[in-house]
Design a protein around this ligand. Structure first.
Ligand code: SF4
Length: 77
């Protein structure tokens, strides 16, 4: 399986819920600050990162496209 890296620039998140709607298993909304949380993500400087299999690519591509502030990126590894 190919691996992909999902990157969230969380500071820019406006809590619109689009990513969580695109992928329930990878994103959830924080009750604390209303922004989305990349489930399993590791904080690296001002980003959150996770490497997952490309079986998650399609749903997370939707998150990328639907995020109104472009704070999610996907890299193919
Ligand atoms: S789609 Fe973007 S702005 Fe909306 S909750 Fe997810 S990361 Fe935040």
């Amino acid at each position: 399986m190919q691996m992909i890296q999902i990157i969230q620039y969380r500071n820019k998140c406006i809590g619109c819920y689009a990513c969580a709607e695109a992928s329930y298993s990878r994103w959830r909304m924080s009750r604390k600050d209303g922004k989305s949380v990349l489930i399993g993500g590791k904080k690296v400087k001002d980003t959150y990162l996770i490497t997952v299999g490309d079986d998650e690519l399609e749903e997370n591509k939707k998150a990328v496209v639907n995020c109104p502030v472009n704070c999610i990126q996907i890299k193919k590894l």
